[in-house]
Design a protein around this ligand. Structure first.
Ligand code: NAD
Ligand code: LMR
Ligand code: MG
Length: 477
């Protein structure tokens, strides 16, 4: 499965030997689509141009090869716009005021700052009003399960975590900071996160492999008094449930009736199964590498043992092929390419397929489309993007605003219903089961639903002024 990108190719064209038409046909032959041409230098003999080319596959080397082999053409440089967008990183820290004179200096720095520090020393809760704590989230990873790329290490995880921080800020106004840890030791991760927690209002765990992620999150949630939320578990589960509630309406089934296959019982898969069960699903088949979870087996992973007792009601034995027979819903959070057309053909006629692995879905959307009624992926370049970015900004906005101590089940269910309800009944169709991340109702409605659920379950420590006395905006699904 390819990832499209835009290349900028700087060329010298010797006019007596080659023409731009030669260049254009060479690029087209190699699968490139020219979208812009800029003349950098127009000499009598030689012109230098920047040619912006869209390619469907970022690993395309054919264009470079064809152009380099042409007489009269010299390739000066090829840059990839995705890499250019990452030069020097994607985020920065900006002060809220400029220090213009001594008076400013003595307020924000010594000696004035000392008074503020002493006020917090006397009452640590003042950190919420006098520091960045109330609006700052740590995005913590050890780089062990980055997207579906696996254990690629903390440095390589940085671009993903910077991307999450950008989304936190742009979508929810939250200042998020990546903490990529050079340790895989669960106890050490717990210790480090606890030690840095005073400066943060919440902890977003990201891309930490399973089963370690379950214990790390459980311990941190127990031992800290700020919300700790493993995005790959719960953000993914919330958005998958939101998409499924709407997709089921399109095909005319209820959650309780649907036969649901979840593949990849890691961080995302475990949480998806648990949330779907909490929302009323009755027939889930949880499949990992060794096949479907079954009641009689003993599993080293306690999450699997708990799930095995609550899933696979007719105790089907086998693997993906067996459980896909007659299934209504497939949810993939395993890895690219594990699903084939035969699997899809064996599903029920009104089937729903969420191929959510990133960056490569469980099946190429073009292959799946003819055999699927409702199709969604985790990517932004296809319709129905089921991605946890629809959840984490709004759920943290809500949790921070009501100073929730935790993110509990009720808050997650409320967030899922809020996301689903952004798509109005009259808009709902196979191609539109989930709102776009650019729909500005998403964060606001998730925030409100989460605050109300936190208040009604007693975990909110503050009532935001705009919420007091307002009726819930979202309808019950
Ligand atoms: N769309 C989204 O919002 C979203 C969110 C989270 C994760 N994901 C994607 O889901 C995938 C899993 O993420 P995770 O954080 O849960 O990782 P993880 O490492 O915790 O879990 C992956 C699980 O999939 C299983 N698996 C791998 N190949 C398999 C196969 N061929 N058959 C059955 N099971 C298989 C592994 O054994 C493991 O249990 C990744 O590709 C990730 O990008 C997508
Ligand atoms: O990062 C994403 O796009 C979603 C998710 O967190 C993932 O790990 O794939
Ligand atoms: Mg992730």
């Amino acid at each position: 499965m390819s990832i499209a990108t835009t290349m900028i190719i700087r060329l010298e064209i010797r006019k007596s030997v080659a023409s731009f038409a030669d260049v254009a046909s060479g690029i087209a032959a190699a699968g490139g689509d020219i979208v812009a041409i800029d003349v950098i230098r127009a000499g009598k003999e030689v012109t230098t141009r920047d040619i912006t080319v869209n390619v469907q596959d970022a690993t395309n080397e054919e264009i470079h090869r064809i152009l380099s082999a042409m007489d009269g053409i010299k390739v000066i440089n090829v840059s990839d716009s995705t890499f250019l967008a990452h030069l020097g990183g994607k985020i920065e820290i900006m002060p809220k005021m400029k220090i213009k004179n001594r008076e400013d200096l003595s307020q924000v720095y010594t000696p004035g700052v000392a008074r503020v520090s002493m006020a917090i020393a006397e009452d640590p809760a003042k950190a919420y009003s006098l520091t960045i704590k109330r609006n700052t989230v740590a995005v913590v990873t050890d780089g062990t399960a980055v997207l579906g790329l696996g254990d690629i290490g903390p440095e390589a995880a940085m671009p993903v975590m910077e991307g999450k921080a950008m989304l936190f800020k742009q979508l929810a106004g939250i200042d998020a900071f990546p903490l990529c840890l050079d340790t895989k030791d669960s106890e050490e991760i717990i210790r480090i996160v606890k030690a840095v927690s005073p400066g943060f209002g919440g902890i977003n765990l990201e891309d930490i492999s399973s089963p370690r992620c379950f214990e790390i999150e459980r311990r941190l949630a127990e031992e800290l008094d700020i919300p700790v939320f493993h995005d790959d578990q719960h953000g993914t589960a919330v958005v998958a449930l939101a998409g499924l509630l709407n997709a089921l309406k399109v095909v005319g089934l209820t959650l309780a009736e649907a036969r649901i296959v979840v593949v990849g019982i890691g961080a995302a898969g475990v949480s998806i199964c648990n949330l779907l069960l909490a929302a009323g699903a009755r027939c889930i088949y949880a499949v990992d590498r060794e096949g479907v979870l079954v009641r009689e087996a003993a599993y080293g992973n306690p999450e699997w043992t708990k799930l095995a007792a609550r899933t696979n009601p007719d105790n089907v034995q086998g693997g993906l092929a067996e459980v896909m027979q007659g299934a209504d819903v497939f949810i993939g959070v395993a890895g690219g390419g594990i699903l084939n057309v035969e699997h899809l053909k064996s599903m029920s006629a009104n089937n729903i397929v969420f191929a959510m692995a990133n960056p490569n879905p469980e099946i190429e959307p073009e292959l799946a489309e003819p055999h699927v009624r409702v199709l969604a992926t985790g990517r932004s370049d296809y319709p129905n993007q089921i991605n946890n970015v629809l959840c984490f900004p709004g759920i943290f906005r809500g949790a921070l605003d009501c100073r929730a101590a935790v993110v509990n089940l009720e808050m997650k269910l409320a967030a899922a219903k809020a996301i689903a309800s952004v798509v109005l009944e009259e808009e709902l169709n196979e191609q539109y089961i989930i709102p776009s991340i650019f729909n500005d109702k998403v964060v606001e409605q998730v925030r409100l639903a989460v605050i109300r659920a936190a208040m009604s379950t007693g975990v909110a420590r503050r009532v935001p002024p705009d919420v007091a006395g307002i009726e819930p905006l979202i309808k019950e699904n």
